[in-house]
Write a protein that binds this ligand. Structure first.
Ligand code: DGL
Length: 264
């Protein structure tokens, strides 16, 4: 599985519980995070490179543990690897629409996810008759990538984005980026007790179980690898998820040749 960085650990945690017999290789593209502020071409090219790296390391099933990469690259990855089961993640608009009581739903996600054609179609397909307030939470992922799960500066950002949803009167909000559940308590307290917060990592893990092509094995080695410094990845796995007994690696993955668009 891969993510732009450490956020996909939230999916990895669900996956380990759902598929305890599987060998897991996690690739964090922390050298290029955040994806959410970059161009669709960059996200697609980089995601294809991540997928290829994992396939070269023997992947039999690929989880795109990133809403942003799923939005811009899932189709390209499936087209490039037709025999490979691929599981993506996208904001859980459908469950949120079922859960809302006042017909107002909030989506917290990256700019690139919210600007994608896939997100537009998701809303068109599942959210008719419901008001959707979508907020691009620029800056949040950079804090989490730096291992910051609770600074004043992060709190101020979370409060700003939560305020937009409160003003829209939503009673249900989605964490539409896999980094965000790592700071779920901050979101919940900024949104207030009247807003139910949804995340769909468990549903993604269940889909992986359905597509898993092998018999469950006896051992389940876990390798956490990163294109950047793997220290934060390891620390979050240990401290936020309570994992132990995994290997940590830095990997060198060639560039895509497409210049990332730097946030302004
Ligand atoms: N964790 C990713 C997602 O689910 C992307 C975060 C980013 O790199 O901007 O969208």
């Amino acid at each position: 599985m891969f993510d732009s960085g450490v956020g996909g650990l939230t999916v990895a945690d669900a996956l380990r519980r759902a598929l305890p017999g599987a060998t897991l290789r996690y690739l964090a593209d922390s050298a290029c995070a955040p994806y959410g502020e970059k161009s669709p071409d960059f996200i697609r090219a980089r995601s294809l490179t991540m997928a290829q790296h994992l396939i070269d390391h023997g992947a039999r099933l690929l989880v795109i543990a990133c809403n942003t990469a799923t939005a811009h690259a899932a189709e390209a990855i499936r087209a490039a690897h037709p025999g490979l089961p691929v599981v993506g993640i996208e904001p859980g608009v459908k469950p949120a629409v079922s859960a809302t009581r006042n017909g107002r739903v909030g989506v917290l996600a990256t700019k690139a996810t919210l600007q994608s054609e896939r997100f537009r179609q998701l809303i068109e397909r599942h959210a008719s008759g419901v008001q959707v307030a979508a907020v691009a939470c620029s800056g949040v992922v950079a804090h989490i990538e730096a291992g910051d799960l609770g600074s004043e500066a992060l709190l101020a950002l979370v409060q700003r984005y939560a305020r937009a949803l409160r003003e829209a009167g939503v009673d249900t909000a989605l964490l539409g980026c896999t980094h965000y559940p790592l700071i779920r308590p901050l979101w919940q307290s900024a949104l207030g007790p009247g807003v139910q917060l949804l995340q769909i990592e468990d549903a993604v893990a269940q889909q992986a179980v359905r597509l898993w092509p092998l018999e469950p094995g006896g051992s389940n080695p876990v390798v956490l690898s990163s294109t950047g410094d793997p220290a934060v990845l390891g620390r979050l796995a240990r401290e936020a998820l309570g994992w132990e007994g995994f290997a940590l690696e830095t990997v060198l993955v060639p560039g895509t040749g497409i210049e990332p668009v730097r946030p302004r």
